[in-house]
Design a protein around this ligand. Sequence first.
Ligand code: GLU
Length: 296
Amino acid sequence: MTDLDPPARPPATTRFAPSPNGGLHLGHAWSAIMAQDLAHAAGGRFLLRIEDIDGTRSRPELADVFRRDLEWLGLEWDEVAPQSTRTARYDAAAEQLRALGLLYPCRCSRAEIAAAATRSGPDGLVYPGTCRRAQIDPQREEVAWRIDMARALQLTGPLRWTDALAGDQQARPEAAGDVILVRKDRDTPASYHLAATLDDADDGVTLVTRGMDLFEASHIHRLLQTLLQLPVPIWHHHPLLIDSDGRKLAKRRNAPTLADRREAGEDGRALAEDLRTGRLPAGLSLGSAVESDPCR
Ligand code: GLU
């Protein structure tokens, strides 16, 4: 296996990939505007992908609200297939990794992991490896599938990736441990890591733009790209919009949505221009608050 470096294509195709489990807020607007402007400046394409893989949390009606929000901001995009239509692809990739001997079934509950874990990583508690060598029949029990990170790294050797802002990176997916790639919950077949990595490759994304809160995830995605023989993009992890408490804007903390602003009669194009030129609404600034992201 070889480390595909430098990236196979020029950095021209970007995407905005919201999860329809809550309304978009200013942080999303900032991310979408940046992704569009970077693509268009390079003469490339800006894609919208609805990440509706989470069957229990996704609210299908929100996809249309998102489209209206982006239109209101004056953005132009090409929409690609939502994640819910791509499950056969995720299953096939998981099968490929199983065939390489890199996935193992795990029956542990969250509570069991919390009791046994000894450290935290960028993806939450690092899995203590309880099921790594256990005899488990996946036909008879509900299991998640985890990647055997040490084995995977033996196969790929050291990998590097490039962030347009932070520069050259040595991939260190081992910091996250044996993350889940196929979830136990049948309503959500693939994990964020597996789905997003495959989708970006299939959609021809060459510049993965997203917030710095997902920087650590890219170490894992870089590994999956080599294991699954996918092209390697460049990443652009942008600073986050943070509130006066130093926390990133979040749906779960009731940040006002773009739809609320739109319905209140605010001018979306003017707002987009303000964000582009750094005129941020009162109380907000750009920063690097690092918290785990709800989409994982
Ligand atoms: N769907 C994720 C979210 O809404 C974004 C994932 C990504 O940009 O890679 O937070």
